[in-house]
Ligand binder design. Sequence first.
Ligand SMILES: [Zn+2]
Length: 178
Amino acid sequence: MNCPYCGYSDLRVIDSRDVNDGVRRRRQCLGCDLRFTTYERVQSVGFFVIKKDGRREEFSKDKLLAGIGKACEKRPLPVGSVDGLADEVEAGLYRLGKAEISGSIIGDMVMSRLKSLDYIAYIRFASIYRDFSDLTDLKQEVDTLVSTGIETAQMADQLPLLPEVRLATLTKRRRRRG
Ligand SMILES: [Zn+2]
């Protein structure tokens, strides 16, 4: 750092105090004796995401939000669920304290939370993130979920979200067959 008045680089810190998100320092130039104040901001140290192809990319909260948002699109979720979920995952990732985190770990963290939030959103997200190699894998995942009572109830709740007309048609067809 150089003095803003004369450009001299020999400076003395005469006062230092913590402010909201950083440190405020009062400095004096040893060349011209003038004083000035600097603010140093604490920047949270980010981390890199290791992608499937091995490339590294700086973690982006926006991308995380977009991914979750896409899976939850048009789902009847309480306001703020998507943001809340993204916040939780982000905090969890920072708690790991690693410089590099595998994308699949992030995917798993999102999925475990989506699973209890919304069944359809979970399946949507899983089908993208887990990269199900074929439908058998996806079916297995669905079967596992459906085999537990809670998820079955959740699924039943979500069925009426089909357009009513379509539901009626399906019911009629089923009746005719029986
Ligand atoms: Zn100076």
